[in-house]
Design a protein around this ligand. Sequence first.
Ligand code: TTJ
Length: 663
Amino acid sequence: MAISEEFVSKEYNAKDIEVLEGLEAVRLRPGMYIGTTGAKGLHHILWEIVDNSLDEICNGFGTRVDIVIYPDGSVSVEDDGRGIPVDKHPTLGISGVEVVFTQLHAGGKFNNDNYTFSGGLHGVGASVTNALSEWLDVTIYKNGKVYKQEFHSPEVDGKVKSGIPRTPLVETGETTKKHGTYVRFMPDRRVFGKELLSYQTIVTHVREQAFLNRGITISVEDKRQLDDDLNSLKSVFCYERGLSDFVQYLNDGKEPLFPEPIEFEVKQDRFFLGLSMQHTGAYTESIFSYVNSIPTTEGGTHEVGFKSALTKVMNDYARKRGLLKDKDPNLQGEDFREGLTCVLSIRMQNVQFEGQTKTKLGNPEIRPLVESIVMEKLDAYLSEKKHFDAGDKIIEKALGAAKVREAGKKAKELARQKNNANTNMLIGKLANCTGRKPELNELFIVEGDSAGGSAKQGRDRRFQAILPLRGKPINAEKKRIDQLLSNEEICTIISALGANFDTEFNVNALKFGKVIILADADQDGAHIRSILLTFFFRYMKELITEGHLYIGMPPLYKVEKKDVIRYGYDDAALDKIIEEVGRNYKLQRYKGLGEMNPEQLWETTLNPETRCLTRVSIDDAAAADRMITTLMGDNVDARKAYIYQFANFNRKDEIEKKGYLNV
Ligand code: TTJ
């Protein structure tokens, strides 16, 4: 558009000053608004846009949301809602469209009167997406007309003006019936580097949203990926039964104890609750809770209310049905949750999030509210004769769980005694260090005996201990605690750390200040890393929250030329090294840790002066846990791919900072 330069300089100057300051703050500190400028942040700016469309559709003003990824790296979101308001905002004096895309936190000012519940409550608004985009175009179909406006982030005098209008909002045509909003934007490479949108990540997120919002249709199309007929990769999600479809998806591959999930929905003026649950033969509980479509991974008052209602109603039911006798004690809450898959979704106003990852609902009034609703609805459900089969199956499962709980207690007690009395035997494999200051000591958990052997020889034994792992440790997610404790690798780790586990975990008793997971950079290694992360996340959380858990990063390549040796940690780093050393070099590709001799392992991976370590954050661990447990269903390939991607996530971040290592 030819008008743009003049337009920007003349008409928009004055009133945009404060706006620009707002969006420039986002540019200066993207992390404050979207967490990271890695893959997560990049997707976050897409969710900001998608959330707006979902809000509109979920409030009944449309039926579908379509997402398209283009070969140039841009992405579009379109809905068939009412269209963003185009008239002038009464106090700000600019169009509604401009408010949405240029005013920080416009969501709050703008949406609350229009919607009872807003999914984007956690969101920072579409203006943040605009601020972090090279360009953003919006088209609105409304009142029989088509409107367009463009924004961009040009560099002026060496400074980025972020998210300024490139054109005013203009009426460009007519339309008969079409209504809705279309937004396409280009995430800014100056912010996100070479990071790319992931079709798989978008599909997983969108599928979850489609489960949570029954009946709406969301599609994702990736025009970067074409099949032989030149059709792009595409998925469409629409679930008529919503939460129950979600539960059945989660239970895919498990054995449900009764055919139809138990489900109910309640709307009370400004509050909504939806619940679906079904037990399977599994031993773990999988409760997925959401507030305004945001996953509450750490639980909170709504989950507490649900759990206590479940315990009360089921004990009551068991007595009514004669499955518990007067003399029998009540079953415990955890008994009723063995093998439970449950999705709890509430919508409410004035949400307070708490917890380490701000994914725990804090509102105290919600606990009794959810408890009373679930008690009433679950009781009513189970009082129908046709549901006795489901009810009885749950009781039967809980009675079994109670028995195992007693057995588990004994196993745990036994393990504890073993840990205390027999530590030396159990940690026979551990090559301990000699240092007496736990906070300075490091424990390397190393994949494979041969790498373990090299590490034992290559380490500095004054402060580095090595624990080689033989096979794959048992997946903590899949097993009961007594089975977990019969796994030698798990017991060895618990003993070596010397700080007990589960509710008795005592971070102050740790024998090592740093616990470093060292696995190969292949899929097997990634799997082992994620199993260990899941175990630590579930049974030794403070190890992560207090910053003691690390991932070690062995190099993939060694380049040797005369007496110069350099190590590359990924392909890009290798290219760079080769460019720098010139011709006639010797290249070695490490397939695994086991291929390195003790000196090499010391130089690249053990030596604190030269190694690359990444501290595991609770966010990483929670994401691993969530992904491993759930959203992949029984799609083994997707699960593997995701685990691999996740497990390398740390690696990638670190490599960006460091690239390669010189010794
Ligand atoms: C707000 O209340 C009046 C009628 O329009 C409502 C609204 O803003 N609807 C709306 C916003 N529908 N879709 C959007 C939207 C869609 C995308 C793709 C991006 C953004 C920022 C908003």
